[in-house]
Design a protein around this ligand. Structure first.
Ligand SMILES: [Zn+2]
Length: 298
């Protein structure tokens, strides 16, 4: 297994390919070539395409081992995985073309409120544009709904954003409300945790079933004489082993630590207590999240 800093680069490449940040193997290759710490194939800073493919296919990064030539099918190894088995499976599905990458999120630095500001007339999200003045470009938000009374009626960006900021400044809930919010969060958390525990025991019994099925098939192989029947059993065992790894991983991560409640609740309450402070200091993607407030009445 690779050491740092190479390990982190591999994780970023694999997760990026799984979630669609990299649309193709070529994009992964370019990403790796752009990392000075990643070992290159030659002095020209080149990463061979077959190395990219090999890296994407390797189950060892998901904590599994296999040695088909030795008759050892895929199974969980004893080493620390770099990525989850679920991520590994998503990567394999994308390689086979059975899973399309999700659409890239349209994050617009120039118009952080795009998609959140709705038209007063039709209620659809407003779009944005740069409009040409005498000697420079001016930013506007505008409605682009074909049959809307306000179609193409534009509002200066500064007016929209000042209005949004004014609204956020006014959103300062009372102390009592925050206490109530905390109590509700905690209740929901406990309910979810109870659900998660019962989900985990379901997964564990499915895991036991799968193990029993594998054992039964192994017994049948012992008694079978036809090579084609044995091959069919072995193929089925391989599928069940895959399922077993997936179930075990799901069961392991089904129930979050009790300590994570405060990890979630503190930032959420900080945001509720003063959305304006967070909006003002946040970077763009977070600003977008913060602006997911009802701003129709600008
Ligand atoms: Zn409209």
């Amino acid at each position: 297994m690779p050491d740092e800093p190479v390990a982190s680069i591999i994780v970023e490449a694999l997760e990026g390919f799984a979630d669609g940040r990299f649309r193709s193997q070529v994009e992964v290759k370019r990403f790796l070539e752009g990392k000075p710490d990643f070992p290159k194939s030659g002095p020209s800073g080149y990463v061979h395409p077959s190395r990219v493919k090999d890296m994407l296919e390797r189950a060892v990064y998901a904590g599994c081992v296999e040695a088909p030539n030795w008759g050892v099918g895929l199974r969980r190894g004893h080493h620390q995985p770099l990525i989850s088995f679920a991520t590994h499976e998503r990567v394999q599905a994308r390689l086979k073309g059975t899973l399309n990458a999700p659409a890239r999120k349209d994050i617009n630095e120039d118009f952080p409120l795009r998609g959140f500001v709705l038209c007063d007339d039709c209620g659809e999200p407003m779009t944005s544009c740069w409009s040409k003045g005498r000697n420079k470009l001016y930013p506007y938000y505008l409605c682009d709904t074909p049959d809307c009374a306000s179609k193409r009626k534009s509002i200066r960006r500064a007016d929209v954003e000042d209005g949004a900021e004014r609204l956020l400044r006014e959103l300062q809930p009372a102390d009592q409300l925050l206490k109530l919010a905390k109590a509700i969060f905690t209740d929901i958390w406990e309910m979810r945790r109870a659900d998660a525990m019962s989900a985990r025991s379901t997964l564990e019994s499915q895991l036991k079933d799968t193990e029993k099925q594998i054992e039964a098939l192994q017994d049948r192989i012992m008694n079978a004489s036809s090579p084609s029947v044995i091959t069919a059993y072995e193929k089925r065992i391989g599928e069940l082993e895959r399922k077993k790894i997936k179930l075990a991983e799901q069961a392991d991560s089904a129930v979050p630590d009790q300590g994570r409640l405060s990890d979630f609740i503190e930032p959420a309450l900080a945001f509720l207590s003063s959305p304006w402070n967070i909006y003002k200091t946040a970077t763009s993607p977070l600003r977008e999240q913060c602006s997911n407030w009802p701003l129709q009445s600008l």
